[in-house]
Design a binder for this molecule. Structure first.
Ligand code: F3S
Length: 424
């Protein structure tokens, strides 16, 4: 793989051992991928903090050791300098305020806070969310990024038209210290054209509908690039966030086009560019119903945990949930947690939404989610969620039963203790 003189100087250690390790990692990674060169990036979103029990023994040796081992794949410990380019921390395993409610060991909670101090001093912006694009990290059309987290990657590529592959802890660590990432996959314009045409025969409008559509498409196209034709209503951030998260969960979709909505395709023809659709897939009432039913991984209608905010909730979603819960009381046998970025939580607090949610008996969580933390209220057997992604992962990861439905279905279940959502 070709390296520029500057990249060679980093590799030779001219700017210290950490950057030399980072460049060595990128060179090995790029060669394994068949990349011919690296590309400059000034936007990295990764996972750098120490918040899980498995990291505790490494953190006991210091946070330079954690970064060296987990983010640079280095056998020796190097001093970690300031990040070379803007870098943010994605979601973590612990809510810094609600860790006791999560059942987190106090020592682990302390370790996360200490780890964040270390990272902040080195220029990691502690956004602590899977939706950095909701709280200020909004790359522009054509910008090269190095992001982890499948739901963020698909949003970055498709809705923003920025360019990233699904990176890992090591490659984002190396990118943060060098401002480089291998130039392959979705960084190349020729790899960003559509592969499958999706013809919509029904209206897709609310958030749950978009989640179901994403889940269907992911299962059909797997790791390819769908092009949606025939949408009846203009989607917004929340709907596209849920659509992308679901498509990335059931398949490995990292990019899609909606002609007239997403920035790289004004028309179906432009979405496919020089390529032809490999297959046309129709989506109608039958497909929607079958997908909705596939998302129901439960038989017991007595629910005990409602999980909202996957991907992390926007301020509009916080307002809606508060509005739906106003004057109501969550059932004594049910816990309701809403997950939102800490920055949005502050606005929700100031707007009075958190007070309403908490007065109803709910909890507003930030920095984390149950799928990442593997933590829920004790004794949970049956969950309900408005997220196709969470309905896909949580039962598989934690062996709970899971219902999927609209926000209103979930709030209703929270208040009555019973799942009454219906198909169709
Ligand atoms: Fe975010 Fe957790 Fe969902 S990381 S996308 S809230 S599974």
């Amino acid at each position: 793989m070709h390296l520029t003189d500057y990249e060679k100087s980093l590799l030779n250690g001219d700017q210290g051992p950490a950057k030399a390790r980072a460049m060595d990692l990128l060179q090995r990674y790029g060669e394994a991928l068949g990349a011919e060169r690296l590309v400059e990036t000034a936007n990295v979103a990764g996972a750098f903090n120490a918040s899980t029990p498995s990291v505790a023994p490494i953190a006991a040796k210091g946070f330079d050791r954690v970064f060296s081992e987990l983010n640079l794949d280095s056998d020796d410990t190097v001093d970690i300098p300031h990040m070379a380019v803007p870098t943010c921390q994605l979601i973590t395993g612990i809510d810094n305020d609600n860790w006791e409610l999560q059942g987190v060991d106090p020592e682990l909670a302390r370790m996360q806070r200490e780890s964040e101090k270390f990272l902040g001093k080195r220029g990691v912006n502690l956004m602590a969310t899977c939706t950095p694009y909701q709280v200020g990290n909004v790359p522009v059309l054509g910008e090269h990024c190095a992001w982890m987290e499948s739901s963020a990657v698909i949003y970055c590529n498709s809705v923003l038209g920025a360019r990233t592959n699904v990176e890992g802890k090591e490659s984002t660590g190396a990118a943060a210290l060098t401002g480089r990432i291998p130039y392959w996959g979705y960084h190349l314009p020729e790899n960003r054209f559509g592969s499958h045409l999706i013809e919509l025969d029904i209206e897709v409008d609310d958030m749950a509908d978009w989640g179901v559509l994403g889940y269907f498409i992911g299962g059909e196209v797997e790791e390819n690039i769908p092009v949606l034709n025939g949408i009846s209503h203009q989607p917004n951030l929340v709907k596209l966030k849920h659509f992308g998260a679901a498509a990335a969960s059931s398949g490995g979709v990292e990019m899609y086009h909606i002609p007239g909505v997403t920035p790289e395709a004004r028309s179906v023809a432009e979405a496919f560019g020089p390529k032809r659709s490999l297959r046309t897939i129709r989506y109608g009432a039958r497909e929607r119903l079958a997908t909705y039913e596939r998302l129901q991984n439960a038989t017991d209608r007595k629910v005990d945990f409602i999980m909202l905010g996957c991907p992390h909730a926007s301020i509009e979603q916080m307002a809606l949930i508060a509005h739906m819960l106003e004057g109501k009381r969550i059932h004594a046998d049910v816990a309701l947690w809403v997950h939102t970025p800490r920055a949005i939580r502050q606005i929700a607090e100031r707007s009075g939404y958190c007070e309403i949610i908490e007065a109803a008996g709910g909890v507003v969580m930030s920095d984390t989610c149950p799928a990442i933390s593997r933590r829920m209220p004790p004794g949970v057997r049956v969950i309900a969620t408005d997220s196709a992604k969470q309905a896909h992962y949580l039962p598989a990861i934690t062996k709970v039963q899971g219902w999927f439905g609209t926000v209103s279905d979930c709030i209703n279940a929270a208040v009555t203790g019973q799942w009454q959502g219906v198909a169709g």
